[in-house]
Design a protein around this ligand. Structure first.
Ligand SMILES: Nc1ncnc2c1ncn2[C@@H]1O[C@H](COP(=O)(O)OP(=O)(O)OP(=O)(O)O)[C@@H](O)[C@H]1O
Ligand SMILES: [Mg+2]
Length: 245
């Protein structure tokens, strides 16, 4: 059965989609079968990030017309798949509901090692369904006070719903003196910072060109995170590997 991880933040633009994608790639590179579901059904981006130009059947169709989810799953690579949401304008008021989501995850779980949910911003009905269906939440925040304060509200909500595992990824970190330290954040929010991703032009470039990061500092951070999450040991690169002997 798959381990299900929801990547969440009440704030928009903090990096939920980028992180869902890169974590999916990193876990798949470690040999795990991964599905990333775009639950951001009104403003979906994941398929764009992953370079898909056409996904005729989407998560929206699965919700609206009870289409089997398998018909809306696309392969990015042999071990990484996506269940995209529509990139068209969604005019209906679409709440998938907790029962629907639990059934969907139950149905898809045997086929994958990891299911990652990319989520919409806000304290929405759909996010409430996710909180009630998933045990493992990866919060994403930028290191500024307004975003952290709003993220803290979500932490309180997660506590209320009894979510067992919550950790925080700080994204777009600039290592500036005015950014809070890990220990201050832990004190403020009561959650551990498991990863700090720097603000990086390499990320902006990769997202703009719709290419995954496949090497470099930020990519290595995600490989380390994937190894930590899955308990997999990273193969150490040989000192001479750059010579491609
Ligand atoms: N570490 C980073 N360094 C630089 N830019 C980043 C970084 N992470 C994300 N970005 C940029 O921030 C923008 C927003 O990222 P992303 O779409 O992942 O946010 P989001 O939280 O999913 O937004 P939404 O709530 O709208 O779905 C993108 O243009 C992306 O390139
Ligand atoms: Mg997003």
């Amino acid at each position: 059965m798959a381990k299900v991880i929801a990547v969440m933040s009440p704030k928009g633009g903090v990096g939920k989609t980028f992180i869902s994608y890169e974590l999916g790639i990193a876990l798949s590179k470690l040999g795990h079968h991964v599905l990333v579901i775009d639950t951001n059904i009104y403003a979906a981006n994941l398929s764009l990030y992953m370079g898909f130009s056409h996904t005729p059947t989407t998560f929206n169709d699965v919700i609206k017309f009870s289409i089997p989810p398998e018909n809306a799953i696309y392969k990015f690579s042999p071990s990484l798949s996506i269940l995209p949401a529509t990139t068209h304008v969604e005019i209906e008021d679409l709440n998938f509901g907790t029962k629907f989501l639990r059934n969907l995850l139950f149905k898809l779980s045997p086929k994958f090692d990891y299911i990652i949910l990319d989520t919409e911003p806000g304290f929405t009905k759909n996010n409430e369904s996710i909180i009630q269906s998933v045990e493992d939440i990866l919060l994403v925040s930028t290191p500024d006070i307004p975003t952290l304060m709003t993220t803290h509200k979500l932490v309180l909500l997660l506590n209320k719903f009894g979510v067992k595992k919550t950790s925080l990824i700080l994204n777009k970190v600039m290592k500036a003196y005015y950014e809070l330290s890990d220990s201050e954040i832990k004190e403020l929010m009561g959650v551990d910072v498991i990863l700090k991703v720097p603000f990086s032009k390499q990320v902006v470039k990769a997202v703009s060109l719709r290419l995954p990061l496949e090497k470099g500092r930020v990519f290595n951070l995600f490989m380390n995170l994937a190894a930590k999450i899955s308990g997999t040991e990273l193969k150490k690169k040989s000192f001479f590997s750059f010579l491609r002997l």
